[in-house]
Design a protein around this ligand. Structure first.
Ligand SMILES: [Fe+2]
Length: 266
């Protein structure tokens, strides 16, 4: 199956620039490309920070921008979002019994889990007892099926100074619970850090982030105050099939140079 990941769109009402980037322009270009190039996709997942301040006008704009997407969509909340405003704008979006924006989808290649790590007034991620209870039942009912997780905040230490105090505030409980799943965790897909990162946790779980569709950082790992930068709108194509999981980064609007010749091998 083909999954499209968009992350950290940070939408504002039309015309407002955030950290030197117009988030509406970025997201519209990315969604236009997705609709043109990936009509065969099965799912679009936006891994949080949908809107920069969570205001109703920005969620209305998000709804408008996503309206040409014909396939299933799951939206996750990030620290910049606001849950009540999101639910007002997207009343049909799946939620758990406590109103967190959490759900799962079963596929031929295992269960996909969409987790809600947003907590009002907290920049880092929170995954408390009530959410963990939902996760327990989601994992237990998955049985031996492998699981792929989508969440805004990385449940691991990303190793970037700027995020040293705004990661997942859970002392490793979420990743430990995931690691105990007998079917295994195929991958954890997240956003939040605005730059591409891939790795493996000490439990042996693979993870990666998408690059933000809006503003992103110049890669200065040790600086607590790195510079923001703009760049092409981007998203990821994630394939999940009998081979496993693969993630490809796409930039919209690249300038072609010359065409590569066919490499017939060997
Ligand atoms: Fe963000």
């Amino acid at each position: 199956m083909k999954i499209i990941q968009l992350t950290d769109s940070h939408l504002m009402p039309s015309g407002i620039v955030v950290n030197g980037v117009d988030p509406e322009k970025q997201l519209r270009a990315a969604v236009t490309d997705i609709v043109e190039q990936h009509a065969d996709a099965d799912l679009l997942v936006m891994t949080g920070d949908l809107c920069n301040f969570g205001d109703p006008e920005a969620y209305a704009l998000l709804k408008d921008i996503l309206s040409p997407v014909a396939f299933e969509t799951r939206l996750l909340l990030g620290n910049h979002d606001k849950r009540p405003q999101f639910r007002e704008a997207f009343p049909d979006h799946p939620v758990d019994e406590n109103g967190y924006i959490q759900s799962w989808l079963d596929t031929p290649y295992g269960r996909l889990l969409f987790l809600d790590s947003h907590e009002h007034g907290v920049i880092g991620g929170i995954y408390g007892e009530d959410r963990m209870g939902w996760l327990d039942s989601a994992l237990e009912s998955a049985g031996d099926a492998p699981v792929t997780v989508f969440i805004h905040h990385p449940p691991i230490d990303c190793g970037i100074a700027h995020f040293a105090h705004i990661g997942m505030h859970d002392d490793g409980r979420l990743i430990a619970r995931l690691a105990a799943h007998p079917g295994g965790i195929r991958h954890i897909v997240f956003g939040h850090i605005h730059v591409p990162l891939s790795g493996t946790s000490r439990e042996g779980i693979a993870f990666s982030s998408g690059q933000a569709c809006s503003h992103r950082f110049i890669t200065e790992l040790d600086r607590p105050d790195p510079m923001w930068t703009g760049g092409n709108p981007c998203y990821r194509i994630i394939t999940l099939d009998e081979v496993g999981l693969r993630a490809y980064s796409v930039e919209v609007g690249q300038t072609p140079t010359t065409r590569a010749e066919l490499c017939a091998g060997p």
